[in-house]
Design a protein around this ligand. Sequence first.
Ligand SMILES: *Cc1c(COP(=O)(O)O)cnc(C)c1O
Length: 463
Amino acid sequence: MSRKKNRDAAAGELVPTYAARELATGVPKHRMNEEGMAPRLAYQVIHDELRLDGFSLLNLATFVTTWMEPEAEKLISETLDKNMIDKDEYPQTAEIEKRCVNILGNLWHAPGDGDAVGTSTIGSSEACMLGGMAMKWRWRERQRAAGKPTDRPNLVMGANTQVCWHKFCRYWDVEPREVTAEGDRFTLNAEEAAKLVDENTIGVVVIMGSTFDGTYEPVAKVAKALDAVQEKEGWDIPIHVDGASGGFVAPFIQPDLEWDFRVPRVQSINTSGHKYGLVYPGVGWVVFRDQAALPDELVFHVSYLGGDMIDFSINFSRPGNQVIAQYYNFLRLGLDGYARIQQACQDVALHLSGEIAKMGPFRLITKGDDLPVFCWTMDETYAKSASFSLYDLAEKLRERGWLVPAYPMPENRGDLVVQRIVVKEDFSRDLADRLLEDLRRAVAYFESQTGHTPKSEGSHFHH
Ligand SMILES: *Cc1c(COP(=O)(O)O)cnc(C)c1O
């Protein structure tokens, strides 16, 4: 390097951050510049831009973890370089994944001890794809063995399913059969599910719980209805439980509810480690009842420490650090810690829903006693002369930083607009009271604006 260049480089170091040439002219957006920039500048400009994102503590729309302990964050950053797929290179990471699968199998009452069948994934969506594929493959084997056609598979679920099940059906050529909402029922029920099945049904997806209103769908009742179907028609139709949220809630605060492998018809369960598993995104899990529930054709075997480990995944490379963070939570919290956290979330949810019910303009649809998630609509009488809608209210709350989405209920009840709150670990009772104050203030504001026309549409909210 010439002495002049050297001097320039040194001078660059001395320029105050925000007075640097790069920050005075704006940074490239659609193509790379010929030359790079100093690390501190690149850091600062990106760091600042991201401050415009919503503030995750006030994001009551998301189910995804927004807080972890500093020790967990330390482990996560120490293990950023680990690739989950390299079982042979990172055998201890693979071992930890295996332990987590066993812990979940145990939590969900899978038969066996220490030999649970399952895998980590990037989230519930991938886990649902894997559960769905296992159902499709097993159905096809059954049909072939019986000399029957295999070209028209269908999957039964509620119209309230998360978008990943629509993806599964489209990507894997399966006909979705949906139980639609009816009156005050917004989720799948046993009777309607049983009406939709036939010999081409690969399975029924039962959700624990619904993202629309936080309620659990009735796994045991659906199983019973399918038992009756089997008795009458001979079709043995499995259940996959989508426990994206509830898989980490029900075992701790509704331990007597039988929704998991205690129900013999349940063949597979998925959950999101990054929802009530309390890990930052992205980690999910799928666990199968036993070896028989996972067709061997779908599994790739990799060697690891001289042993055999299954590779059943859609992704190849994937971060290992979230899996490690999951194990951190298992060690750190134990059953008691998880139970305390989920109970605290539920207490806050019940407190909030109780207060919102008392305000006057609203009617609760759910109160947060399944998942710590609840929603409300506008009281029908109040709505007749209201100067605002829930879309207005969502927007007003946003002025204070709160993200509380308003959206229509699923198909057939799309006329009903609700607003929903997901209570997570970092949403304290105190913060909940701040939100209640802001809600009351917003209502008082709209009630003083008698000429205001209520908005009939909001920003698109994705379930
Ligand atoms: C969140 C969610 C999903 C998708 O999970 P990701 O972990 O975000 O991929 C699927 N089903 C249900 C019921 C959910 O709540």
